[in-house]
Design a protein around this ligand. Structure first.
Ligand code: HEC
Length: 431
């Protein structure tokens, strides 16, 4: 009973419901097993692809062609090239979700994640965007989002090695090969009336309990594509972390026909700018490892991360009701996190907070959120650059998961499902 409640709560509110899932998840399941009736849904169900390559595929990403190290000067070109690189296999995911066959297009899923995925798209439920988050852009109600996540063939070569036996994952295999690409696309469960920036965006249906509370049972609900992330393992471009994190945002005013055409760069991030992490303002205006597109739609750059580091509009860089570890308080702080800082906590067991705070898990909505003081040595731990195979916490037995969160939570679910309770992070509920 208890685990059911935990799951329900996490499903309703969590950024990370994965970690809260109880036992007995099929490692190779596609979804949580909750299906619509034939009246509710006549479309297809997206079935997960675990048919990992038997031999490690070669890196087809382009560094051999000489883009070299990424910088604020060439990041825009890098992002354009990256977008063009994935376009043939991903455009239909955005524009024609019912037709897109991800297995045929060479995209793969993470085992041990079925419990948190709905059946229509295999989407994970996302975080809550508070009603006033984008008030100045016409937002009228709180909303949530749903995300799909896929790994390319190069990354899937590694997944096949880690999960050769899903009941005995090989942690030594964790090290994404060069050219690994992971994509995440998010649909916001909100109407254009309640959030004008999504006007005209492609509708994705998911089967979930409506966020607006209109039903207590799962329904087919509309979401609208809003954010598309691409991360690529490219140690030539990003020697400090090995990863380039990039995000593209729906811009209703952009040129083009389809939603894919209107996904414009918000920015890229390839390091945490650690040299500026001991400054109270995070080095605002001086960042060398984040590039933000000055022409991105205004709503999307209103929610950047600490000191202007990259964070997307759905990534929750803001926290409320904060108690800093020096005893001071803040009602709200908008720039707490950033793509690579949050992802740098990927390790197993999962023992550090996603945010720069002293506790391991998150308080429920409205309760006090602990944070270190921005710019303090403790805070700066979240703004280091390191190889992803090194764990965030230097504690014996802890293994780095190479900046990958879904892998982190999949392993957590594996622990939970196999009775290794001492390694399970129980209640990671970000709200
Ligand atoms: C506050 C923490 C946080 C921030 C900030 C954040 N992410 Fe994530 N990200 C997550 C979590 C947690 C997941 C796991 C899946 C989920 O819950 O949606 C994830 C999943 C992903 C994935 C799928 C692969 C993986 O690691 O699981 C990609 C790709 C991704 N994020 C890209 C980005 C990009 C690009 C940014 C910045 C624009 C960003 N993220 C900012 C927490 C964060």
């Amino acid at each position: 009973m208890r685990s059911v409640q935990t799951l329900a709560l996490a499903m309703a509110t969590g950024l990370l419901p994965l970690a809260a899932v109880g036992a007995d998840v099929d490692p190779y399941g596609s979804n949580n097993g909750t299906f619509p009736t034939a009246e509710q849904w006549q479309g297809p169900f997206r079935i997960a692809n675990f048919d990992f390559p038997k031999h490690q595929p070669h890196d087809r990403w382009l560094n051999g062609k000489g883009m070299g190290e990424i910088s604020t000067g060439n990041a825009e070109a890098y992002m354009e090239t990256l977008r063009t690189f994935v376009e043939p296999s991903v455009k239909a995911m955005i524009d024609a979700p019912l037709e897109w066959d991800h297995a045929a297009e060479g995209w793969y899923d993470m085992p041990w994640t079925a419990g948190d995925r709905e059946p229509l798209l295999g989407a994970f439920s996302g975080q809550t965007i508070l009603a006033d988050a984008f008030a100045e852009f016409g937002q009228k109600a709180a909303f949530t989002n749903h995300a799909v996540i896929y790994y390319n063939d190069v990354a899937a070569g590694m997944l096949g090695r880690i999960w050769a036996n899903p009941f005995s994952p090989d942690f030594r295999a964790i090290d994404f090969p060069e050219g690994s690409i992971v994509i995440k696309a998010l649909g916001a469960e909100v109407t254009p009336e309640n959030f004008p920036p999504v006007e005209g965006s492609q509708i994705w249906n998911v089967f979930a309990k409506p966020f607006d509370g209109s039903s207590n049972t799962e329904q087919v609900v509309d979401t609208r594509v809003i954010q598309f992330d691409i991360v690529v393992k490219d140690s030539i471009a990003a020697p400090g972390t090995g990863w380039v994190f990039s995000t593209y945002i729906y811009d209703k005013d952009a040129a083009g026909e389809t939603t894919w055409d209107k996904l414009v760069p918000l920015g890229a991030m390839w390091g945490n700018d650690p040299e500026l992490a001991l400054q109270a303002d995070g080095g605002t205006g001086k960042l060398m490892e984040t590039w933000v597109n000055p022409d991105a739609p205004a709503y999307s750059s209103a929610t950047l991360g600490w000191g202007g580091r990259l964070s997307g509009p759905m990534d929750l860089a803001e926290r409320q009701n904060i108690l800093f570890t020096d005893g001071t308080r803040a009602e709200t702080m908008t720039e707490v996190s950033a793509c690579l800082s949050c992802h740098s906590t990927g390790q197993t067991p999962f023992i550090a907070n996603l945010y720069p705070g002293p506790n391991k898990s998150f308080p429920p909505a409205g309760q006090t959120f602990f944070l270190h003081k921005p710019g303090s040595p403790e805070w700066a731990q979240w703004y280091r650059n390191r190889e992803g195979t090194l764990p965030f916490s230097s504690v014996e037995g802890v293994v780095g998961t190479d900046y990958n969160m879904l892998l982190t939570f999949a392993i957590n679910t594996f622990y939970a499902s196999t009775g290794q309770t001492e390694k399970v992070t129980r209640h990671i509920d970000v709200h």
